[in-house]
Design a protein around this ligand. Structure first.
Ligand SMILES: [Zn+2]
Length: 466
């Protein structure tokens, strides 16, 4: 490295791609990605992919009981750097394992404090001891909690006092009136604006110093569509959750040609969450960046498939969210009972996976029923009943005790993913089987402890379509 460049990674939790108001772009300096795809629809697996550069299908970090996440990317940041994490969500406490490799990792309950601490560290950064700073904020995420009303009043001063915090109704929005739902979405917008405003203050500091490579990204979005049963996050892989904002803010020491390449790549190709850190480190001049699933922006191979996954939650079409190992956070007694009942029917966690290739997106949900609880036809019936409760009118296939549900969307013609191309009948499944990327799409067929996966054409060959 010729010159140590500081690194700032700002993660604005649960910030939708369309909720950055006003934009953080600045010509020649701060560039926005046309499309950044998160690795998962909730905090822990998504932040793990961000920090490690690994796909969710590889790290499978969905549970806090797992060991520390040893990120080769954090490890490759030279020892002379001060590596600091400031986090604002209890999911990211040291029990997450994400603090591995950082010199300091501090959790804050308060929304303002992480930004204040970051500002103080940025002011004190010296060339002899450069900074690698991860700054995480939960402000947008917490729109359903007390305190968001202040953000609402600030954003909409002409109509103060009209915020609506969902509180423990956030998972299902149950019992809300149409007016409350409009106010809840507006409260989210106000909270997002506050998060962006704080991020901008920090950006102003690093822009004035001009020796930071900075990135602003979110870990996932937030569902605000009650009628479409697309609310909250986790348990779904629609683009309201997977498309996240991504900005790179570059110091003037980075040559013009590199900036133009970066701007062009961001404007044309979809970026995966796993690409973010390898790109930032390369821009900061870090040598020998290890090989991970993500790649430097602009170097992805043609026809790349971006994979996203969840194995912890599953949203059903009545807005019930199954939570594997849920301890009842924001769940009523009835919710917990239903949760236990459904988990009792399953041999393992549901697996939701999406593959995106240019404008096509395939979503696969795999449910594995517990056998031996009844006759094989009972097992089959309970799987099919669950299939009827899935979102998106998926096409169902059965293979032994597993059910595979497929949705295919044309993102150019149907960006909000309303029309499952496979649901209308016809030869959609045949076209899917023949698509050039079908052999890169894999799905699990083994038992809980068996990682066997087969590709899509093989699976379709062996399964029974329902
Ligand atoms: Zn999150």
């Amino acid at each position: 490295m010729t010159r140590a460049t500081n690194v700032l990674v700002i993660v604005l939790d649960a910030l939708r791609e369309d909720a950055v108001e006003p934009s953080l772009e600045e010509p020649g300096r701060c560039f926005k990605a046309k499309s950044c795809i998160s690795a998962a629809p909730w905090t822990l697996p998504s932040c793990t992919s961000l920090i490690s550069g690994l796909d969710t299908t590889r790290h499978r970090h969905y549970w806090h009981s797992d060991a520390a996440v040893a990120s080769d990317l954090v490890r490759c940041v030279p020892a002379g750097y001060s590596k600091v994490g400031l986090v604002n969500n209890t999911v990211l406490l040291p029990a997450s394992g994400l603090n591995a490799g950082f010199d300091r990792w501090t959790h804050f309950d308060d929304h303002r404090q992480p930004f204040e601490r970051a500002a103080s560290l940025i002011r004190r950064a010296r060339r002899r001891k450069p900074l690698f700073l991860l700054l995480h904020s939960n402000i947008a995420h917490d729109y359903y909690r007390r305190g968001a009303d202040a953000y609402y009043d600030e954003a909409f001063p002409s109509a103060p006092g009209e915020a609506y915090m969902l509180g423990d109704k956030v998972i299902g929005w149950s019992g809300t009136t149409p007016e409350e739902r409009v106010a809840a979405a507006k409260t989210y917008r106000a909270s997002a604006m506050k998060a962006v405003a704080y991020a901008r203050e920090v950006l102003d500091l690093v822009r004035a110093r001009d020796d930071f490579v900075s990135v602003i990204v979110s870990d996932h979005g937030e569902g605000l569509d009650y009628d479409g049963a697309r609310i909250h996050h986790g348990g779904r892989l629609h683009d309201d959750l997977l498309r996240v904002p991504l900005y790179f803010d570059l110091p003037s020491t980075i040559p013009q040609s590199q900036r133009s390449d970066m701007a062009a790549a961001l404007a044309s190709t979809p970026v995966a969450m796993t690409d973010v850190l390898p790109t930032v480190l390369a821009l900061a001049g870090v040598a020998s960046i290890p090989s991970v699933d993500g790649c430097r922006i602009g170097t992805a191979p043609d026809g790349r498939l971006v994979v996203s996954e969840d194995r912890r939650y599953l949203y059903l079409n009545d807005r019930f969210r199954l939570n594997v190992k849920g301890r009842g956070k924001n769940m009523s007694r009835l919710d917990r009972e239903q949760n236990e009942l459904l988990l009792g029917q399953l041999a393992g966690p549901p697996i939701l996976r999406s593959y995106r290739s240019d404008a096509a997106k395939l979503i696969m949900t795999c449910l594995h029923s517990r056998s031996g609880t009844g006759t094989p036809s009972d097992d089959r019936r309970s799987l099919l009943k669950l299939g009827e409760r899935l979102l998106g009118s998926p096409v169902l296939f059965l293979r032994g005790n597993r059910m595979f549900a497929f949705e295919l969307y044309d993102l150019d013609g149907d960006p909000t993913e309303r029309h499952n191309l496979l649901a209308a009948g016809g030869d959609g499944v045949e076209a899917l089987r023949a698509s050039p990327w079908a052999t890169s799409v894999t799905m699990p067929i083994g038992d809980e402890t068996d990682d066997t996966e087969v590709d899509l054409p093989t699976m379709l060959e062996e399964a029974e379509r329902i």
